[in-house]
Write a protein that binds this ligand. Structure first.
Ligand SMILES: [Zn+2]
Length: 129
C-alpha cells in the first residue's frame, strides 16, 4: 500500500499580525524580553531535533531560527502535543486522519518563540473542502 509522504494545511490561521504587534510592543518597551524569549528546554530540543531551518532570522537577537511542527488531536493519544517532522505528520494522517498542526518558530539562542500558523493537516491528495 502506498503511503502519503506529503500533506497540506487547510483552515489555516496566520498569526503574523500578532507577531508584528508583539514585536512593535517589544521595541516600544511595552513587553519585557523575558516574556517573549521564554522557550523552555523541551521547545529548544524540539527545534534542534524536529525543526527545519527558518527562512527568517530571530527578530530579537538575529540568530538562525528553526520552524517546528506540533501535532494535536484526540485521535493521536499520547502522540498529541508532540513535535513531528513533515514526513511523520504525513504518516500520522494516514493512520488517524486529519490532525491539527501548529508551526512555531524557535530561536535556540535567545529563546524567542512564536506560533506562526495553525491549521488542519490533510493528505496532499485529499479533496479540497
Ligand atoms: Zn533569538
Amino acid at each position: 500500500m502506498l503511503s502519503a509522504t506529503t500533506f497540506r494545511l487547510t483552515h489555516e490561521i496566520s498569526h503574523e499580525w500578532l507577531r508584528r504587534t508583539t514585536l512593535r510592543d517589544y521595541h516600544a518597551g511595552r513587553i519585557p524580553r523575558e516574556q517573549l524569549c521564554d522557550a523552555d528546554f523541551l521547545l529548544k530540543a524540539a527545534a534542534k531535533y524536529h525543526g527545519v531551518e527558518s527562512p527568517r532570522r530571530c527578530p530579537i537577537c538575529e540568530s538562525d531560527m528553526h520552524d517546528v511542527l506540533w501535532v494535536h488531536s484526540d485521535n493521536l493519544g499520547r502522540k498529541s502535543n508532540t513535535a513531528r517532522s513533515a514526513e511523520e505528520i504525513a504518516l500520522l494522517i494516514d493512520e488517524v486522519g486529519p490532525i491539527t498542526v501548529h508551526r512555531v518558530e524557535v530561536c535556540r539562542s535567545c529563546g524567542w518563540n512564536h506560533l506562526l500558523v495553525e491549521g488542519i493537516a490533510v493528505a496532499e491528495d485529499a479533496p479540497v473542502t
